[in-house]
Design a protein around this ligand. Sequence first.
Ligand code: MRU
Length: 320
Amino acid sequence: MRTIDWVDGAIEIIDQTALPGELKILRLHTVGELVAAIQSLAVRGAPALGVAGAFGVALAARVHADDPQALAAAVHRVETARPTAVNLARGARRAALLLPQGPQAVLREACRVRDEEIAASDAMAALGADLLVELCGTRPRLLTHCNTGGLAAVTIGTALGVVHELHRRGQLAGVIASETRPLLQGARLTSWELTGWGIEHRVAVDSAGPFLMARGEIDAVILGADRICANGDVINKIGTYAHALGARAAGLPFVVVAPESTVDLGTPSGDAVTIEDRGSSEVTPWAAAANPAFDVTPHDLVTAIVTDRRVIRLDRGELL
Ligand code: MRU
């Protein structure tokens, strides 16, 4: 099943706000509906956002074919619906390059973005599984954070795709999904996907991660990225940095899995990235809250980055 697709003239998504309680499909007919879905996290995760951006421009191209100003405004709304994952603006801009050739050409390009993400998931799963076995021996016990499965991409996902592949090969000893406060992408979405794949797992509160590593219950941390900067800094869901520090203290590999579409050589380091703050209401009704949705993990805490084309061993001084 695809998390996001173009079906009969509209974008269809799995509504991730309804999971795990209900598997609900939403049909999005307008840019306004798409932007609302992106901002409410009904569709989320860097690769899926890239596809959403491209399909969003395809929608805009059909609706505003005769109004260049309205079209430009709609494309801008899609590109900027969320600021941190590079895939969203990149997917939208890639599709927008085809606007002069008409709506059909834009839609074809958007479908290519989708198909490339599907192929990238398969490639990352294989490369990542090989690397994990090399780093940890045959049956690693893994900790993952946020949701990096098919729900964050189109089909199999990034880091969770590697978990799936290790399981398929009979080489997975266990997996812990950290719950991912405040919106619980780990507890709700990763757990739902792992259950669907028949993979036994446990959910842990985010703050338990470093202690579980120190106590010897984890062999490696594996997670995704929303943007990988030119110097190897990794922008990912808030809590990633704490897990990286825990992994460093425990001497464990810290592996980031993300497609080339998430690598942003135009951003020199994490300092240059806009980190979305999602406001107090997601965190607590009783006080003002700091709610950064992402954090920056400095490149020197990262063992390796796995993309769909290569493995970059930052621990050996390899560069992007
Ligand atoms: O706010 P979200 O749920 O969109 O954040 C998603 C993440 O941080 C994921 O870890 C990241 O996009 C990698 S998904 C393959």
